[in-house]
Structures are given as structure tokens and as C-alpha cells.
Design a protein around this ligand. Structure first.
Ligand SMILES: [Zn+2]
Length: 517
């Protein structure tokens, strides 16, 4: 199968045509050539062609789960909300629960909450859960309370249930979630497919993805689904799995069965060990080296003791598996750097990394650059965090989100952490280049802005390196895989604000069109 893309404005190239054979780039050349045996010609009429975008850190299955849930976001009346539940509940399969998320009664015409009685009128047999937009409250029907063994008001462990109205708050939500049926193989395939179609719309053809314990309790089923779907060529993104585990025993079992970094195929590969070391800045759970400026009683929290964390990193290093760590606060970054220095080799040949790279001090930036740690940044976070990060971390704000410093000193790739953020690459590029919030009147230090080429490379060639694919992804070059994105504007020739009006016209994966506007 030979395919020709012609009349292209190719990123970082003076050529205008790309010849693809069996999913790989055979030749990049200029002008009319007498080519024989071409099965298909795609004339992109001068459009901008780049390597397919790579999102270096997100949660594919979690994104698919989120997309496949019924959304109640933006509904402005209780009547409409109940109509939607009535409509959609017909699609619930035997043995499953009805789950919908995102309602917000404060934007209803009349701010009245749905109740257990209202949901019981829709169904007394199918468990119904409606999750409030904030994620801290749910309304459920009688069936849910019955299955959870709740027979009266309850108050325990920082959670509360109002039996009469079917309201559940805070920790009680975990109890309810624990009773929901766990996803089956078919569910995981559906989440994967939904997420991939969605990602292709943003021009994404590759991801570093953290999935093992996001929608399931364990790594076995997701891993099996990824391997099966990739061997059967049913995927439209390449995936490097960032392997997360609940316990050291589970991780040891994974290694015992022969899995380690690099195992897989051209589409799916096992990536690094992924650790979550602290919480988030939004919830003030990111672990700082000193108290929060706007909440002096807390420094946030560590998810592991330093010893526990070191045991994971050590075990991984015994199997030549690098570790990448979610560390948002500078206190957590200290723990990560101290531990990495014990186990990683000089110049970081395996690719140990730091995910998020938000709150950090100058001495830490220097250490990261010295060791050539891989940095997984999310410029999309600037949009919301610019509003409050200074109030929260005080002086450390001056050296925080140091994307240009990291980019210019070590391998730095971009991503969305979806479903935390919508994986909109063009928005991410805009925020990396401007550091100006789109939705709020706020910005971050302009000296850390990336150039447009750096921002594009953070989603292509650099992200390819972070997901272990610098040899065959992230460039439009002979021998590279034909994962490509076509945009309606040349990003290198427009004003930053026009980046937000730029559209993905076409996404190609393995030489095949997987999205067309
Ligand atoms: Zn994440």
C-alpha cells in the first residue's frame, strides 16, 4: 500500500510531498515526481503537516470511562436532569449501574437537588448514582443504599449519608464506588476505543499512559487488553504504559511474569514504573518544603514514606526499569531527587523522570538538569493554576513551572494528564508560548515561555523520546512511522492568539486516516 501526501507545508522541511509505504515514511521530497504504483493521493492543498502529536502523560482508560459516562454538565433545570436519567437508563445493561456525573443545582432555574424519591420513581431495580460537579457529593436511589447495606443516616470516617434524601458526602462516596461492579474486559475495550477516537480528534497519535489502577484494581486485565488490541491492530494511538501499582508485591509479581520496560510491539509497549509521591496544588495536598502561604497549618502530604518509595525505585532499577514520579510540591521533589540519586546512572540513560514539574526551587532545577532527568510537563495547567499558585506557595512561585529552563537543559515533553485536562494540544501549545490564562485574567512569568518550535517539539520529537520512541516517532523523516497531523494553519507563521483558532484537519495513524474534520 503506497500513499502520497502532496502540496504539504511540512514542519521543519522545505519539501512538500511525503511518500508512505505500509505505514512508514518512504521518502520526503519536493515537487512532481513520476511515481508509479501509488494507491492513494491525498492533496492537502498547502496545509501544515506535522508529526502526530504525542501526549507524554495521561490516563487513557480513565479518559474513556469519563467520556462514556452520561454527562449532566451544563444542565439548567431539575426537570431536564430527570428527563435525561429516564432517557439514558434504558441503555443500562443487565447487572450494571446507571452513573451520571457533573450536575450542579446552583445553575438550575430553581436551585433544588434531585432526591432518592425522584430517582426511585425512575427505577427501583437499577442502581442510580448522580455525581455532583464538585465530585464531593452524590445522590443515589434506594437500590444503591440497599446494595451498600445502608438502612439509616450514617456518619463515619469523614463521610456522611442522608438516608431519607439519598445524599452521600465525602468519604461515603468511596464506599458507594466500592460497591459498583468492576469493569469487564468489554468495558475496558470500550473505554480504550472511546478515548482513542477522542485523542485522534486533537491530532494525538501517541501517548504515555498511566492505566493499571485507574479504573481497575489491578494491572492484569488492562495489560491484557492493551496487548490483545495492539496485536490485533485495533488501536489508533501508540501507547507507552506508565506502570502504576498499589503494592510492592503486585509490582514484584508483574516483574516475575517477565514484564519490564520495552516489552510489547510497535503499538503498545510497557514503559517506566510510575509513582505518585504527593497530591495536588488545587487540593493543597501537594507536599511543600514549608507550610502553604494561604493555609499555614499544612504542608500537604506524601503518599509514601521515603523508605517505601525507595523500595519501589530499587526494585525497578534491579530490572533496568526507570521510574517516573508524580511530584508536584518541592517537598516531594526533594524526596524523588534524593532517592533517584541512589539508583540512577550518570546522564540518565534509562530515562528516570519527573511528572508535572510545578512547584520547585532553583537548586532543584539545577539538580534535574545535572542528571538530565526527563521532564513531563503540562502547559495546560497554566490556565487554571496561574490564578492562585503565587498565593499558595509564596516565594517558591518565582522558580515554579520553569518550563523553558527545563526544556533548554534536559529532555522535556508536554502532555495533558487527561482526564484532568482536555487533551487539547493546540491549547497546550498556546499556553506554553504565552503562559497567559485563556479563561482568567492571570499569567505566569514570561521569561519561561517556550518558542513556538519548542512548544511543537514538546508534543512531538521530545515527547517521542519520553515514551521511548525517538527512533521511529516524532519526525517527518524517511524510515519514521507515518503518524501525522494536518492543521489548517502554519503555526510557525501566525500570531499566538491564532493558535487557538487553528483546526486539526486530518490525523493519520500508521499511514491511515483515523480522523477527518
Ligand atoms: Zn496523571
Amino acid at each position: 500500500m503506497r500513499k502520497l501526501i502532496k502540496n504539504a507545508t511540512i514542519y521543519k522541511s522545505s519539501m512538500d510531498s511525503i511518500l508512505i509505504e505500509d505505514g512508514r515514511i518512504l521518502e520526503v521530497f519536493q515537487g512532481d515526481k513520476n511515481l508509479e504504483n501509488i494507491d492513494e493521493v491525498i492533496d492537502v492543498k498547502g496545509a501544515f503537516v506535522l508529526p502526530g502529536f504525542i501526549d507524554s502523560h495521561l490516563h487513557t482508560l480513565n479518559l474513556g470511562y469519563y467520556l462514556s459516562n452520561v454527562s449532566l454538565i451544563g444542565i439548567t433545570s431539575l426537570k431536564r436532569l430527570l428527563e435525561i436519567v429516564k432517557e439514558k437508563i434504558a441503555q443500562v445493561k443487565e447487572g450494571k449501574w446507571f452513573y451520571a456525573r457533573g450536575f450542579n443545582e446552583s445553575i438550575f432555574e430553581e436551585p433544588k437537588l434531585p432526591t432518592k424519591q425522584m430517582l426511585d420513581e425512575i427505577s427501583k431495580d437499577i442502581p442510580i448514582v448522580l455525581s455532583r460537579a464538585c465530585g464531593h457529593m452524590m445522590v443515589v436511589n434506594s437500590k444503591v443504599l440497599e446494595l451498600c447495606g445502608v438502612t439509616d443516616d450514617e456518619e463515619k470516617d469523614g463521610g456522611r449519608i442522608d438516608y431519607e434524601n439519598g445524599f452521600a458526602y465525602e468519604y461515603a462516596l468511596e464506599d458507594i464506588k466500592a460497591h459498583m461492579p468492576s469493569p469487564t474486559r468489554e468495558d475496558l475495550i470500550l473505554y480504550l476505543q472511546e478515548a482513542m477516537h477522542y485523542l485522534n480528534q486533537f491530532g494525538i497519535t501517541g501517548v504515555g499512559s498511566d492505566d493499571f489502577i485507574s479504573v481497575t484494581e489491578n494491572w492484569e486485565l488492562p495489560l491484557d487488553v492493551f496487548l490483545q488490541q495492539s496485536y490485533q491492530h485495533k488501536m489508533s494511538i501508540r501507547m507507552n504504559e506508565q506502570c502504576e501499582f498499589h503494592t510492592l508485591e503486585e509490582f514484584a509479581k508483574f516483574l516475575d511474569e517477565g514484564y519490564t520496560t520495552g516489552v510489547g510491539n510497535e503499538i503498545f509497549q510497557v514503559g517506566p514504573l510510575k509513582m505518585i509521591v504527593d497530591g495536588s496544588l488545587g487540593a493543597r495536598t501537594a507536599y511543600l518544603s514549608k507550610p502553604y502561604e494561604d493555609a499555614k497549618e499544612t504542608r500537604g502530604m506524601l503518599c509514601y514514606s521515603e523508605e517505601e518509595f525507595a523500595r519501589f525505585v530499587e526494585l525497578a532499577s534491579n530490572y533496568n526499569m526507570p521510574t517516573i514520579s508524580h511530584a508536584i510540591g518541592d517537598g516531594a521533589v526533594d524526596v524523588v531527587l534524593d532517592t533517584y540519586e541512589e539508583y540512577m546512572l550518570e546522564n540518565n540513560p534509562l530515562g528516570y523522570g519527573l511528572v508535572h514539574c510545578q512547584i520547585m526551587r532553583r537548586d532543584q532545577i539545577d539538580r534535574i538538569l545535572k542528571h538530565k532527568l526527563y521532564c513531563y510537563i503540562q502547559s495546560l495547567f497554566i490556565n487554571g493554576d496561574a490564578v492562585f499558585y503565587e498565593k499558595r506557595v509564596g516565594d517558591t512561585a518565582r522558580t515554579s513551572y520553569p518550563f523553558a529552563s527545563l526544556y533548554r537543559g534536559t529532555t522535556t515533553g508536554n502532555g495533558s494528564d487527561a482526564p484532568v485536562e482536555i487533551p487539547d494540544v493546540l491549547k497546550g501549545i498556546y499556553l506554553a508560548v504565552t503562559r497567559k490564562s485563556i479563561d482568567f485574567d492571570a499569567m505566569m512569568d514570561a521569561s519561561e515561555c517556550l518558542t513556538i518550535e519548542e512548544a511543537i517539539d514538546s508534543y512531538t520529537v521530545n515527547a517521542a523520546k519520553l515514551i521511548g520512541r525517538e527512533e521511529d516517532l516524532g519526525k517527518i523523516q524517511e524510515g519514521y512511522l507515518a503518524d501525522l497531523v494536518v492543521l489548517d494553519k502554519d503555526l510557525t507563521k501566525i500570531e499566538p492568539k491564532e493558535i487557538l483558532d487553528t483546526k486539526v484537519v486530518l490525523t493519520l495513524f500508521d499511514g491511515e486516516v483515523v480522523y477527518q474534520a
